[in-house]
Design a protein around this ligand. Structure first.
Ligand code: HEC
Length: 478
């Protein structure tokens, strides 16, 4: 070999060595920070619960991995049988074995075909993938889930922050809007859930629970990827949803006669019980002390109170007409004092004393001066949307007839303000610091932000089609 080509060869070799070292150190930084692990083994449970959802998720402009990989290439995913929403353990094991062929535990991420094939070429991905580029950065939260698996992770990395977010479900859309309550802007959307009904967040901020009316499932959405992580089959078409204060269980109202509430165990991500109740269920809540779940039926006008320790029906109360939204206030010890309840055909709300299990008062909302009354498209509920402010001092009730929220003092229930909040206001939630109320105005495709102290509108936030349920959650970020 002539001297010049020898020098060239050595220089190329040297460049290669430097590149390998850089990739390796990048790999260590990427893979091990946060997971607290340096395992040299690919973990099955992590693969099953965290990596596999990536193969089912819809990314905009991409085809789901599973659409191709039940047939193309040596990376083989098991087909899902008709109607199944996730793989069995045995199928997951087969997927694990297949993916493991393209991953070496603890190695540099960019030396694994499993990670480089779906990654954009410009950020270290392979030159070609028959399935295209799915990830455009090595900081993409889904790609990181996969990279952490290759690094040997057995659990998700710790989040860098868990900020408060407002989730507005859009009842006539295939998405929900994520609002930052600091800027009052939509910062993201959660896609791939048609007719999202209710939403609640896991108290630790790891995930959200959204009821999917189109697929009859409870969809678990990963807070960091914003992708559907798991769809849990329900016993029928769902309406609203509630979560225990400790995050352990989720209650889903099933809007089909004769009526039931599905109970989801969060740790195992399974529907563990379909509890028969009186009437098809519209809304279900967990009381502030998490002692009871309260489920209301429009069909039978019944409030069903479920003991959350035994998950059996504790008591029921029949109202004069269909049970619509409810909310609660508390005694000094945190136990439930009253249920406030809106009713079919009634422009106002009733008060049910929790201890005596009796209706004790009824407040009817007056006409609003200068506002024309609307009766079109009320769907039987002139007043729909109730909430108690976090400081416990006010009760907010929204009216579709007058496009208004009526604010009452607590506990004396004197009306103290009326605020215009757009066409067909449907639901209300508050930031935990008691600063802002958010109200979904279904007719305007807008979420209203109202300052709680001054009772003035501070923002009109454009969201998706027909925004109804709106919830306050915490959401982890990487
Ligand atoms: C549109 C179809 C399609 C989609 C979607 C798709 N792939 Fe592929 N994939 C292919 C084809 C075809 C090949 C084989 C040709 C090649 O190497 O690119 C392949 C190859 C691979 C390989 C290399 C396997 C081998 O035999 O060397 C991996 C790993 C892979 N894909 C992972 C993924 C992941 C992960 C996703 C989802 C994030 C995905 N693919 C989405 C079509 C697809």
């Amino acid at each position: 070999m002539p001297l010049y080509s020898r020098i060239f060869y050595l220089a190329t070799e040297f460049r290669q060595i430097v590149r390998n070292c850089l990739t390796l150190s990048l790999g260590i930084v990427l893979s091990l920070s946060g997971t607290g692990l340096a395992a040299q083994e690919l973990n099955f449970e992590y693969f099953k619960n965290e990596v596999q959802p990536v193969f089912l998720a819809k990314r905009e402009g991409n085809v789901r991995c599973i659409q191709c990989h039940t047939r193309s290439s040596n990376f083989r995913l098991q087909p899902l049988e008709e109607g199944r929403l996730f793989w069995t353990d045995e199928q997951s094991r087969a997927n694990f074995e297949s993916a493991s062929q393209f991953a070496v535990a603890g190695s540099a991420p960019l030396s694994n075909r499993f990670l480089t094939h779906p990654l954009a070429t410009s950020v270290g991905g392979d030159a070609f993938h028959g399935g295209g580029a799915h990830f455009h950065s090595t900081f993409d939260p889904e790609w990181r889930i996969m990279a952490d698996w290759v690094a040997g992770a057995s659990k998700r990395r710790e989040p860098s922050a868990v900020p408060v977010r407002i989730i507005q479900t859009n009842a006539a859309a295939d998405n929900s809007s994520v609002i930052d309550p600091v800027t009052n802007k939509v910062i993201a959307t959660i896609d791939d859930i048609e007719i999202p009904h209710g939403v609640v967040g896991a108290p630790d901020g790891s995930q959200l629970y959204i009821t999917n009316e189109a697929m009859h499932s409870l969809d678990i959405v990963d807070s960091r990827t914003l992708r559907v992580k798991r769809r849990i089959p329900l016993s029928g078409r769902p309406n609203n949803v509630a979560v225990m204060g400790d995050g352990s269980k989720v209650y889903v109202g099933i809007m089909e006669m004769p009526g039931s509430v599905d109970i989801i165990d969060v740790a195992s991500m399974t529907n563990v019980k379909t509890l028969p109740v009186n009437g098809a269920i519209h809304n279900v809540y967990v009381t502030p002390d998490s002692r009871y779940a309260v489920a209301g039926s429009i069909h039978t006008s019944t409030i069903n109170v479920i003991d959350t320790q035994s998950d059996e029906l504790a008591w029921t109360l029949e109202m004069s007409s269909g049970v619509r939204p409810m909310t609660f206030d508390t005694n000094p010890d945190g136990s439930t004092s009253n249920i406030f309840v809106q009713l079919s055909g009634f422009h106002g709300f009733a008060v049910v004393d929790f201890a005596s299990q009796q209706e004790v008062a009824r407040i009817e909302h007056p006409a609003v001066a200068g506002q024309e009354a609307h009766y079109d498209g009320l769907q039987g509920a002139p007043a729909h949307g109730l909430g108690v402010s976090p400081d416990g001092k006010t009760l907010w009730s929204t009216s579709k007839v007058y496009s208004t929220v009526y604010i009452h003092s607590l506990p004396d229930l004197e009306e103290i303000a009326q605020v215009y909040v757009g066409q067909h206001p449907e639901w209300v939630t508050f930031t935990p610091d008691n600063k802002t109320a958010y109200i979904g105005a279904a007719g305007d495709h807008v979420t209203y932000a109202v300052d709680v102290a001054t009772m003035k509108t501070v923002a009109r936030i454009p969201v998706g089609q027909v925004p109804k349920r709106v919830a306050t959650v915490r959401m982890a970020v990487d």
